[in-house]
Design a protein. Structure first.
Length: 315
């Protein structure tokens, strides 16, 4: 008898969020006692988050109005977008966050103080830059706005996570990096869930398709088994739709035809395996290709890279 596991959920959004895995890139506890701004440079393939412990901060992305963050409010900036974090819109720039002098408390955590050190600085916030291990996360980040904000006070899980994460980073203990990374995993997922629950995710694309009962079932199946020999007919059956209706609706909502989406999802999963050091032959077999040559051609066509180059880069 096959036992259903939690990650086998037919709920497409649950299945997608379950796949989110992060590795902590860098965290910084930042205190400001003077009016200033810090520039966050572009870091491709990452997501930045900023959590205000006390005081008020502003997050500014080029071409958009500054977003105000009061205590307990969290902002996500996806896709490595360059931005500023400031005490007030138009505040003088102190410099780039990664180039400013700061006290390193470990390989991946620092304390950054802007202005004279005081027992109770007017502004204190936790900032982080994280990279993802999950190959499907690009789809999620692609449809998020340039700044996602959530009030933790409205969401108990987030309200509980914020002080735990801040404590792990401010008071490093053995194993603290691992604990902080797991907490960051949950925090980002909870932020996205909270954003959806607050009704702010009126968007098309991948998230809209995941929330669609019919399209979502097909997407969840592809995410679970990207190497399965999917056909338009099989996917349409998963969505309980005719082939023509499914293809038209999928393309309209997601923005790409179903089989093109399958090819991209398959190659993202393959890329993740190659980056882990798996052999090209093993990855090809796992994704239904009878030869390395056929897989390599398909991989290069979809990603613009060769499997060997991805393996060498990861090494």
């Amino acid at each position: 008898m096959t036992v259903a596991m939690p990650w086998d959920s037919e709920d497409a959004l649950t299945a997608a969020l379950y796949q989110v895995r992060m590795r902590g890139a860098f965290y910084s506890w930042t205190e400001a006692s003077t009016e200033c701004a810090v520039a966050m440079p572009q870091f491709p393939g990452t997501l930045s988050f900023h959590i205000v412990a006390h005081g008020t901060a502003y997050v500014e992305v080029a071409g958009a109005e500054a977003v105000r963050l009061d205590a307990g409010r969290l902002a996500l900036v996806p896709r490595g977008i360059d931005h500023r974090v400031s005490t007030a819109p138009g505040a003088p720039l102190a410099g780039r966050a990664d180039l400013l002098p700061q006290a390193m408390l470990g390989d991946a955590f620092s304390v950054l103080r802007l202005g004279p050190e005081t027992p109770e600085p007017p502004l204190a916030l936790l900032c982080g830059v994280v990279a993802f291990d999950s190959p499907a996360v690009d789809d999620m980040l692609a449809v998020l706005p340039s700044i996602v904000t959530v009030d933790s006070a409205r969401h108990p899980v987030m309200a509980a996570l914020l002080p735990l994460l801040a404590r792990e980073l401010r008071e490093p203990m053995p194993g603290g990096d691992a604990v902080a990374t797991r907490l960051a995993d949950v925090l980002v997922v909870e932020t996205i869930r909270a954003w959806l629950a607050d009704g702010e995710a009126e968007t098309g694309g991948w998230l809209a398709a995941l929330r669609d009962p019919q399209l979502g079932a097909a997407l969840a199946a592809v995410h679970r088994e990207p190497g399965h020999p999917w056909t338009l007919e099989v996917l349409a059956r998963r969505a309980t739709m005719s082939r023509s209706a499914f293809a038209a609706r999928f393309t309209a909502v997601v923005g790409t035809p179903p089989m093109a989406y399958v090819a991209a999802a398959r190659m993202r999963a393959a890329r993740a395996m190659l980056a882990e050091g798996r052999s090209v032959a093993a990855v090809a077999a796992a994704h239904g290709y009878g030869s390395e040559a056929a897989f390599s051609r398909a991989f290069a066509r979809v990603t613009g890279e060769t499997p060997g180059r991805v393996r060498r880069s990861a090494a």
